[in-house]
Design a protein around this ligand. Structure first.
Ligand SMILES: Cc1cc2nc3c(=O)[nH]c(=O)nc-3n(C[C@H](O)[C@H](O)[C@H](O)COP(=O)(O)OP(=O)(O)OC[C@H]3O[C@@H](n4cnc5c(N)ncnc54)[C@H](O)[C@@H]3O)c2cc1C
Length: 382
């Protein structure tokens, strides 16, 4: 009999799944084990919290005790799971061994370590949790300048936010344009121009080599020999799914924990949800796939299996200097058709095989078209 659902991870994936499960089943035993403190907060808000001068405590949406009470669950906080024994259906954590009938891995992803030399590298900070945000705020107290390594989505959002928070901000990337993987050059240039206009500095197209400590400061050294000092280095070079736990159970892994369309891993009693998942070759570390997946997975875990299909899921950048919405195409083969006006841009990605639009970017006044355009896009997954 399936009676105990064990969920590892209390991020958006873990807690949204609990909420969906409780809509369908008020009785089953649900235990959430989490390495962090188990509070519920909105991670996307971390990259626009500085300008609003949000204290970390203000960002807590639901304390762990309230989640336990409202949802009728047990949260084992500050408890890291070290190993899964899939044969015995048990997990081994810092507080002992726990049996499960169904196990869900909602263990998220971690920042890729900075591949740089120098004694300043360990002090670089990355933001992937509320605790990281609290650390960032305390490290920045009384400081003025920040170097952001990585001009992707998160790097650009923090650049905008920290600049609005009155910090001097420079962004570094070896790629020649911000958000190089998601935006066509003309849209990337718009984003760069608008961020530059509010005072963000860009150092693009040169490889960073080292971060060296210099007293209280950090010197960034690039391959062209430039050396610039900053009070803090923020790393935003991307995320990598957390696979270590899945590997202890010899689950199939690739870029992420490999699942089928039911979010089932290679073990029939173990599922995965959120930033740790690879489904159909896709790694989608965003909110929408979690919301859609949690609903379907709750059905599957309660005996009504339904496959997950991902529609086009536009991503809204939190860069108020340059409002931008991106719906990445499922395949990179094709070309961009751009319409540029004085107050914005629309770029449609035309798929090479079908000749139809399969992705888009809208900026400025064109962002109001995002819902209508999203409805025209093909599904991301079958
Ligand atoms: C700064 C920032 C801004 C973002 N903005 C947006 C946005 O605007 N729009 C958007 O769609 N997406 C955005 N995202 C992405 C989105 O926030 C994530 O996709 C989502 O929060 C991931 O949730 P998760 O539950 O999968 O992972 P996490 O939130 O990482 O949760 C993982 C959980 O697993 C636990 N855990 C891990 N390993 C273990 C272990 N061995 N034992 C016990 N517990 C363990 C952790 O403690 C944690 O509770 C943003 C992300 C960041 C970092």
């Amino acid at each position: 009999m399936n009676n105990r659902t064990l969920i590892i991870g209390s991020g958006l994936a873990g807690i949204t799944l609990v909420r969906e499960l409780r809509k369908l089943d008020k009785e089953r035993e649900i235990i959430v084990i989490t390495a962090d403190d188990g509070v519920f907060y909105s991670k996307p808000n971390l990259s626009n919290a500085f300008a609003a001068n949000k204290r970390p405590e203000e960002m807590v949406l639901t304390p762990a005790v309230k989640l336990e009470h409202d949802l009728g669950i047990l949260i084992m906080a500050h408890t890291a799971v070290a190993r899964i024994d899939a044969g015995r259906r048990e997990v081994v954590c810092t507080q002992g061994t726990l049996a499960y009938d169904q196990l869900v891995l909602a263990v998220g992803a971690s920042q890729i370590p900075l591949p740089l030399a120098g004694d300043g590298v360990p002090d670089a900070i990355s933001i992937n949790s509320l605790a990281d945000y609290a650390r960032l705020r305390s490290r920045l107290a009384g400081k003025r300048s920040v170097a952001i390594v990585g001009a992707g989505l998160i790097g650009c959002e923090f650049a905008n936010d920290l600049r609005l928070g009155d910090f001097a901000v420079d962004v570094y990337d070896q790629i020649e344009q911000p958000m190089g993987r998601l935006l066509p050059p003309v849209a990337a240039q718009q984003l760069r121009d608008k961020l530059t206009a509010i005072g963000v500095g860009f150092h693009l197209g040169a490889r960073l080599e080292a971060i060296r400590r210099d007293g209280e400061r950090y010197i960034l050294i690039d391959s062209q020999g430039n050396a610039r000092p900053y009070d803090l280095v923020l790393s935003a070079i991307g995320l990598r799914p957390n696979l270590a736990l899945a590997k202890t159970a010899a689950l199939a892994t690739g870029l992420g924990i490999v699942t089928d369309a039911f979010l089932r891993t290679s073990d029939p009693n173990i599922y995965a949800l959120g930033d740790c998942v690879e489904l159909g070759g896709l790694f989608l570390p965003y909110v929408m796939p979690i919301m859609l997946g949690a609903k379907k997975l709750a059905g599957t875990l309660t005996g009504n299996p339904e496959p997950v299909t991902y529609p086009a899921m536009p991503i809204v950048l939190k860069t108020p200097a340059c409002p931008t919405v991106v719906s990445p195409p499922p395949s990179p083969l094709g070309h961009w058709d751009e319409t540029v006006s004085a107050d914005g841009l629309r770029a449609l990605f035309v798929d090479q095989a079908s000749g139809q639009p399969s992705g888009f970017v809208v900026q400025g006044s064109f962002t109001k078209e995002r819902m209508a355009l999203a409805a025209l896009m093909p599904n991301l997954s079958a």
